[in-house]
Write a protein that binds this ligand. Sequence first.
Ligand SMILES: [Zn+2]
Length: 236
Amino acid sequence: MTEPTLIEEVPSRAMVIIPHPDDGEISCGGTVARWAQAGCEVVFVLCTNGDKGTNDELTTSAQLIPVREEEQRNAAKVLGVKEVVFLGHADGELEDDRQFRGELVSEIRRHTPDVVFCFDPYRRNHAHRDHRISGQAALDAIFPYARDRLHFPEILLELGLEPHKVLTIYLWGADEPDSYVDITGHLDAKVKSLEAHVSQVGHRDVGEFIEARAKTVGEAVNVSYAEAFRRITMRG
Ligand SMILES: [Zn+2]
């Protein structure tokens, strides 16, 4: 196994490709808060609208969509995210098809991130289908589709979006993370951003859980609190 690395670089632009509202905050909220404060422009791309995220018998999917969108905007504001893009797919119904890949290619070419965060689709244990598919489609969208001129020609010809090369990918949920971000000093923002998802956290005290997790992760690199990723460096 490779030595764990503490990531010190702060890119100019980063994108987080997120299956459901609140996954971004849980996986990399501390990193986003730290980078945004340091001047990085961060864009959230929400793949689904989270419309299955309740067990309340009186709440319908149609009622849930605007609630979760508002919560996601509030959470992003706490973290200093520049823009939130809602692709609006139904929760649980992401498909790894040309349309979805094309939507991700458009966002990557439009926002030109140096770094992209997404779910690790190669982990061994079963993961939520939307997580797996969003991760797989994100990786494919980054390479080769967003990078190569002749893929998705309509995105260049009709939208005028030039090919873009992402330099680094950080996967969350990885079995063997190798890259860590010290989020000491940004734990509060991470907790507050998660608390903004009121329909999901309710009155539960998420702070304790988030702190315990970040502390355990931080032990690998001798910092108080951290988030962990698997890094993919794209070749020239
Ligand atoms: Zn999720």
